[in-house]
Design a protein around this ligand. Structure first.
Ligand SMILES: Cc1cc2nc3c(=O)[nH]c(=O)nc-3n(C[C@H](O)[C@H](O)[C@H](O)COP(=O)(O)OP(=O)(O)OC[C@H]3O[C@@H](n4cnc5c(N)ncnc54)[C@H](O)[C@@H]3O)c2cc1C
Length: 402
């Protein structure tokens, strides 16, 4: 996303851009549900896609339910949910195809007084005035330029999956347009509408996206990352390789712990997968003629669904700060001055939202602070929204011990 939006924003400034993607096949079929924010609609409009573009599924209500599935709190919060796939499809239409190169794995770069050269795994290279490192969470640009910086595991995973609306029956049909929250002790589960297969957003063809956050210590994570052949994967494991035993365990726990809406949805998810949750803060975003944006720079826990907004804002800021390219290094320093505090603010705020997801607390004060974010008002008021970016004071539900 960052690579594509950077290219589009820079192109608007008159830059001659090329995009290099490691994957040798087109990036289609990524199924993750993405909750959108107004800032994303603005970015789409900026790069030439109408803000009216049919982005995804609209829904109005958020509810919190108890263990029996009974509603205990409600909040009106209109929102649109889309999928990674749909978003990529939308931007792909304005992408300069001849400038998008597949099968180009960045390995390293070298900078001199006149420019910067990137070297790729297939033996080719590319030279330019500016290198935007938008290569995601496991960024090789970052590993090359800032080898010391490493993500920190947050101590929990998010189990995810999409349940097809077409397979919903009975009362389940009524929930598909609702964002539902539930809090098992020390855990959190949310479910919200998302586009269905092939980005279908017609009623009856949509899906419901589940994320179940569960404390998972390092030893357990190691077991989760080990596939049925005994091979241990680093950081994350491809969904089809997750051990059958680990999935069976999760399903058994769902029966034991979750309200009926979530149990029914999980039953319908054929291929659940988990995402280990990490925090990462880069020490620098501008390194000479290179910069890091998006997940390469800051990995924010998923609770506010901010990854896409953060990366498109980084992309817009890079393009605005480097302008026509008179002084790229100074432009990138200005970009860094604007976005480094922003990225730190994102990570810090969202870390607090997830602070409740743990088996125990070091002190009563720590427990009180964490539990404030787990009250239904706070949970529904802060999850998947970016209000924190614009307010001077915390809202009433976060004020008690603020
Ligand atoms: C399951 C899931 C659900 C999510 N849900 C949401 C949500 O609801 N809302 C939200 O805002 N965000 C969500 N996110 C986060 C969001 O997808 C990311 O924050 C966002 O995509 C980051 O954009 P990026 O450009 O930094 O990295 P990415 O989109 O990850 O792109 C990095 C690209 O770089 C390529 N690449 C990697 N290494 C190399 C290399 N060495 N050379 C060349 N290319 C390389 C990769 O193939 C990839 O295409 C979710 C993420 C996941 C995994």
């Amino acid at each position: 996303m960052g690579g594509v939006f950077s290219a589009l924003y820079l192109q608007r400034q008159g830059w001659d851009v090329e995009i290099f993607e490691r994957s040798s096949v087109p990036l289609v079929g990524r199924g993750a549900g993405i909750v959108t924010h107004p800032e994303l609609r603005q970015a789409l409009a900026d790069v030439g896609r109408s803000a009216e573009t049919d982005l995804g599924v609209s829904f109005d209500w958020r509810i919190t339910v108890d263990r029996d599935g009974k509603e205990i709190a409600r909040l009106k919060r209109p929102q649109i949910s889309t999928s990674w796939n749909r978003l990529f499809e939308i931007v792909n239409e304005v992408l300069p195809k001849e400038r998008y190169h597949l099968g180009k794995e960045f390995l390293r770069c070298e900078e001199d007084a006149d420019g910067i050269t990137a070297y790729f795994g297939d033996g080719t290279q590319a030279r330019g005035d500016l290198l935007v490192g938008a290569d995601g969470f496991r960024s090789q640009v970052r590993a090359h330029l800032l080898p010391e910086a490493q993500p920190v595991y947050a101590g929990y995973v998010g189990w995810r999956g999409l349940a097809d609306e077409a397979r919903f029956s009975g009362a389940m049909r009524d929930i598909v347009e609702t964002f539902i929250f539930h809090l098992p002790p020390g855990e959190q589960i949310i479910g919200y509408p998302a586009a269905g297969q092939n980005n279908d957003i017609r009623p009856g063809h949509r899906s419901w996206n589940i994320v179940w956050y569960r404390p998972t210590d390092a030893a357990k994570l190691k077991r989760f990352l080990t596939d049925d052949t005994g091979r241990e994967h680093a950081i994350s494991i491809p969904p089809p390789l997750i051990s059958r035993e680990v999935i069976a365990e999760m399903r058994a726990d769902a029966e034991r712990l979750l309200p009926p809406q979530f149990r029914a949805a999980i039953d319908l998810i054929d291929q659940p997968f988990f995402q280990p949750i990490y925090d990462f803060e880069t020490p620098a975003m501008a390194i000479g003629r290179a910069c890091l944006i998006g997940d390469a720079a800051f990995v924010v826990r998923p609770h506010v669904g901010a990854g896409i907004v953060k990366v498109v804002q980084d992309a817009e800021t890079v393009a605005r700060c480097v302008g026509k390219g008179e002084d790229v290094v100074a432009g990138l320093k200005a970009f860094e001055a604007e976005r480094l505090p922003m990225g730190r603010g994102f990570v810090d705020h969202v870390r607090k939202l997830g602070s409740y997801i743990r088996p125990s607390f070091a002190s009563e004060a720590e427990r009180r602070e964490a539990m404030m974010y787990a009250a239904p008002d706070a949970l529904m008021g802060e999850t998947a929204v970016l209000d924190f970016l614009y307010r001077d004071e915390p809202p009433p539900y976060l004020r008690a011990s603020a």
